[in-house]
Design a protein around this ligand. Structure first.
Ligand code: ATP
Ligand code: MG
Ligand code: MG
Ligand code: MG
Length: 436
């Protein structure tokens, strides 16, 4: 993409209500614009990040055998009356009436709809287990939408649902999902630690929240530094192997982590001080096992091995895809701007032509850009070098390739690492190879 043509309206002045770094940086870099309270339009560069995150989520959910579906955002009130949650959910639910006076709602979550879908399609225990997910917009009329996309009213969530014949199967689905989550967050370039949680309005018995460490997080958190060290994408745990899932369950139970609500000072003090990590965390995911709560309430039964009907066991599993865009920035930025982890960055690198119109600069940039125009952000604007450096740091792609007239003539370019700020000069061919 040529920056001279990109729809990427950077902002010099951000509104006063943008209190935290990620909100300010997303507005300044031109990733999103607010259209009304807690509702955002995603601009091209922001949308590319959102899609990159969704794609990693998708790949890792597919990898544990979950199947993707897409359910509507609008749901009928009657569906929610069947579970008893239509009244119980309260003012966070956006309620709508159509022209015939039928009551609808914009889904804040989808347990009712998936349970109904499942019930209308599955007859026998032989069809279990089932693991279904979608990545879809949700609406919650948050009393205080704030922190930009981190607490929006309309937001993008991955929600998954498991159906099993018995408790043991449901617990396996739960830890299979936990493994997928640990791999997702690792690939996203953030440390997200699972912490035992209350089940709240979803109900149920077993639940973990995943929190990303950042000073602006809403919860206090305590955890064992082992959580930072494990590379979940490299562990040989097999999601299909029940023994591996038990190993994971054991590891989670024995590696300390807790939000301030559940903090156990005695257990904490047993950890050697150098392993104690303490700070604040942002909730980016939440998983629940809740047994037959919805299947029973909604009268969903299938036939068991003995021919007797029974209500399947369920769990539900959310990831805040749009919240993650903000959370990743909270965890990874400096005073100059965003520092994107490679896998989610909107483009592979920034290409800075310090003097458009100069024969050597144009030629060198043309050669690099031409190799992969869709994935390179080419700053071909007739702006001062300082403006280009600032904008590139603000948008925060992991690498910047800087092309100035003197070195370009010698066939050299500069490569800047956004994380370390380090700049090295190297031949064009080598730069092309490194970035290819
Ligand atoms: P919170 O405690 O922040 O209000 P929640 O516990 O109500 O979140 P869940 O019902 O567990 O949220 O939903 C699953 C995930 O959806 C959350 O872990 C979070 O990442 C995301 N999420 C929830 N509410 C919002 C929101 N208003 N804006 C953006 N993402 C959200
Ligand atoms: Mg909430
Ligand atoms: Mg919560
Ligand atoms: Mg939650």
């Amino acid at each position: 993409m040529r920056l001279s043509q990109a729809f990427q309206p950077t902002l010099k002045e951000v509104p006063a209500e943008a209190q935290i770094a990620s909100h300010r940086l997303m507005l300044r870099a031109g990733l999103v614009r607010q259209t009304s309270a807690g509702i955002y339009a995603w601009l091209p560069a922001g949308l590319r990040v959102l899609r990159n995150i969704a794609q990693i989520v998708r790949e890792e959910q597919d990898a544990i055998g979950a199947q993707e579906v897409l359910m509507p955002t609008l749901q009928s009130a009657d569906l929610w009356r069947r579970s008893g949650r239509y009244e119980a959910y309260g003012p966070e639910m956006l309620r709508i009436e159509d022209r015939h006076g039928r009551e609808l709602l914009y889904g804040p979550t989808n347990e009712e709809m998936i349970t109904d879908l499942f019930g209308s399609a599955v007859q026998s225990y032989k069809e279990l287990p089932q693991l279904l997910y979608q990545i879809q917009w949700k609406f919650r009329d948050e009393i205080r939408p704030r922190f930009g996309v981190m607490r929006g009213r309309e937001f993008y969530m991955k929600d998954a649902y498991s159906f099993d014949a018995d408790y043991e199967g449901a617990v396996r689905s739960y830890y299979r999902m936990m493994l997928s989550y640990l791999r997702i967050f690792r690939r996203l370039g953030v440390v997200a630690v699972p912490m035992a949680a209350d089940t709240g309005p979803i109900g149920g018995e077993l639940s973990h929240e995943f929190l990303v460490m950042a000073p602006t997080g809403e919860s206090g958190v305590f955890y064992d530094s082992d959580w930072d060290a494990i590379d979940w994408t490299q562990t040989p745990l097999d999601p299909e192997n029940p023994q591996d899932l038990e190993k994971l369950q054991h590891l989670v139970a024995t590696t300390y982590s807790a939000t301030d609500e559940k903090h156990d000072v005695q257990a904490w003090e047993k950890l050697p001080p150098e392993k104690r990590r303490e700070g604040r965390g942002i909730e980016v995911g939440h998983i629940f096992y809740f047994g037959t709560k919805y299947t029973e309430a909604m009268g969903i039964e299938i036939s068991g091995p003995d021919g007797q009907p029974f209500a399947p066991q369920m769990g539900s599993y959310g990831i805040g895809v749009s919240r993650l865009v903000g959370a990743i920035i909270e965890a990874s930025h400096d005073e100059n701007g965003i520092i994107w982890p490679t896998e989610v960055a909107p483009y592979r690198f920034s290409l800075l032509n310090l003097r458009p119109g100069d024969e050597a600069c144009d030629r060198v940039c043309g050669a690099l850009y031409g190799a992969d125009p869709d994935n390179i952000l080419y700053d071909d604007r007739s702006e001062r070098a300082g403006v280009k450096f600032n904008d590139a740091d603000l948008l925060g792609l992991p690498w910047q390739v800087i092309v100035g007239p003197r070195s370009a003539k010698k066939g050299l370019v500069e490569l800047k690492n956004r994380v370390t700020g380090e700049r090295t000069e190297l031949p064009l061919a080598e730069a092309a190879h490194q970035l290819g």
